[in-house]
Design a protein around this ligand. Structure first.
Ligand SMILES: Cc1cc2nc3c(=O)[nH]c(=O)nc-3n(C[C@H](O)[C@H](O)[C@H](O)COP(=O)(O)OP(=O)(O)OC[C@H]3O[C@@H](n4cnc5c(N)ncnc54)[C@H](O)[C@@H]3O)c2cc1C
Length: 463
């Protein structure tokens, strides 16, 4: 996800039990606390960040495992595209959120010179003008209502009220309605949805636990996937591709899975890392069926969609210090894709979630691009937007991915407390991991996916 700085809370320390993998730690004994008794075999379903990291952890302990992946490539929601521009563009995950996570440590170890903190300026659309956060907070024009909004955003982790949607909550305050698109961009859109679908209690839960830090890093050169390829070569060499798991039977002593192509795999334990969208659709049937509590968690935790639309321009029309342009009616957030990177090209990314993504999806590609160019033209009336647009674009719709089915999980209206239910192991055989089952507030992130695997592997090894 894309977390804005104002939404971040700097808290103390790493989440309990989340420490460096053995290949980074000075002493492997530190990796999994507790006595490691497990000697059996593990099946990992899904070769995204969670699956690959689970494999790397099992590798450290010489545990027999297989990774079964439905698609023909690994990485899941980490994927880059090299043909569009002179440097890879990130179709999915793009930022490393915070410097206190196993992911940051990994990047620092393998690609320190390739990542850079984003320290540029966000501009907000208010009253047809692009304004800084300082302006919104201090301008007499807003009479303190901008300050009220930012204070609310800063205190979501300590929300004191009952459950309601973010949209409902905002109406309790004297906030200029012209700020609502900004509020939606900073909360709903960041979480891959809309403010009226996000529940305040579930949001509080996520925000209050979030602890990986305030900063945001991007790859100046290379890509997210290159980092994973360098760090996890051994695990990646063991992925079995084109095997979509369709049934999981954990009724016997061993757990067995069947794939769409008719292959059967068996092991002592399974780590299931498929996206929440896949579970929601019921693409995998379980025997015995999942408990009502588990199914309720699957139903209640939100899973949104995001369109990432890349537009290439011949030259820049935005201010040189621009990081993001926030609060457009059609596109809640544009960012300068190549800002601070080793590139001579000018690319904007439109990051559109929820209803706005749904609206754009119904249009032809030509109309999507016209809609965006027209909005940018309104934002920069003297920028020469139309003449600078090269005609080159790329639209990434994650809901169209058959084995992903959307972007990432979000704090649905009645989903407070449900992450624990989703993450809970079943019969000491079936272990749930992946970003949606993160219980540390790092939902919708790469490091959150990795942390969830760390917990699953720890439980298995000490079982
Ligand atoms: C547009 C977008 C932007 C994002 N931006 C950021 C960001 O800037 N920073 C950040 O930290 N995070 C970001 N994220 C979120 C991050 O990408 C995910 O949280 C993380 O990659 C999820 O990893 P995962 O292993 O849980 O799931 P996935 O990466 O989805 O891996 C699950 C794997 O399971 C496979 N699978 C599915 N069904 C089956 C089946 N039946 N059998 C076998 N295999 C199956 C899938 O093919 C996939 O490879 C973004 C995501 C998106 C979509």
């Amino acid at each position: 996800m894309q977390r804005r700085e104002l939404l971040r809370k700097l808290m103390l320390g790493l989440p309990a039990g989340i420490i460096l993998p053995g290949f980074l730690a000075s002493c492997k004994d530190d990796l999994i606390p507790g006595e490691v008794n497990f000697k059996g075999k593990v099946l990992i379903i899904g070769a995204g960040a969670a699956g690959i990291y689970a494999a790397a952890l099992l590798e450290e302990y010489n545990i027999d495992y297989e990774i079964i992946e439905a698609s023909s490539i690994a990485g899941g929601r980490i994927r880059s595209e090299s043909a569009f521009s002179d440097i890879p563009i990130e179709l999915g995950a793009e930022e490393i959120h915070g410097s206190r996570s196993v992911l940051y440590d990994l990047a620092h170890h393998y690609a320190a010179s390739k990542i850079k903190e984003d320290d540029l300026t966000d501009y907000y659309l208010f009253n047809n003008q692009l304004r800084t956060e300082k302006y919104l907070r201090e301008s007499a024009e807003l009479a303190g209502e901008g300050e009220t909004l930012f204070q609310l955003l800063d205190s979501l982790g300590t929300y004191p009220g009952n459950n309601q949607s973010v949209s409902q909550y905002l109406t309790e305050f004297p906030i200029d309605s012209r700020l609502f698109d900004i509020a939606n961009a900073l909360i709903g859109n960041d979480y891959g949805s809309d403010n009226d679908r996000i529940g305040m209690l579930a949001l509080r839960e996520a925000e209050s636990k979030y602890s990986s830090g305030d900063e945001s890093f991007k790859f100046v050169t290379g890509s997210y996937w290159e980092l994973f390829e360098s760090a996890f070569q051994t695990s990646l060499s063991k992925v079995i591709y084109n095997q979509q798991v369709v049934t999981i039977d954990y009724s016997g002593a061993l757990v067995s899975v069947a794939t769409a192509s008719g292959s059967i795999y068996a092991a002592d334990k399974i780590i299931l890392t498929v996206p929440l969208g896949v579970l929601k659709e019921g693409d995998i049937s379980f025997s015995p069926a999942l408990s009502a509590a588990k199914q309720s968690a699957i139903d209640k935790i939100g899973f949104g969609n995001i369109l990432k639309i890349f537009l290439k321009f011949s030259s820049r029309f935005w201010a040189e210090d621009t990081s993001s342009i926030i609060g457009g009616a059609r596109v809640p957030e544009y960012w300068v894709t190549h800002a601070g990177k080793d590139s001579t090209e000018q690319v904007l990314t439109a990051f559109v979630a929820g209803d706005r993504a749904q609206y754009l999806k119904q249009l032809s590609e030509a109309d999507v691009i016209n809609t965006l160019i027209s909005e940018l033209n309104t934002l920069y009336p003297s920028g020469g937007v139309v003449s600078k647009y090269t005609g080159q674009y790329l639209i990434k719709d994650w809901s169209a991915e058959p084995f992903i089915k959307g972007a990432y999980s979000f704090p649905g209206i009645n989903s407070a407390g449900e992450r624990e239910s989703l993450a809970e192991a079943v019969a000491e055989k079936l272990y749930f991991a992946g970003e949606a089952s993160n219980v540390n507030g790092h939902i919708g992130t790469v490091h959150g996916a990795m942390e969830s695997s760390y917990i699953a592997v720890s439980q298995i090894l000490t079982s």
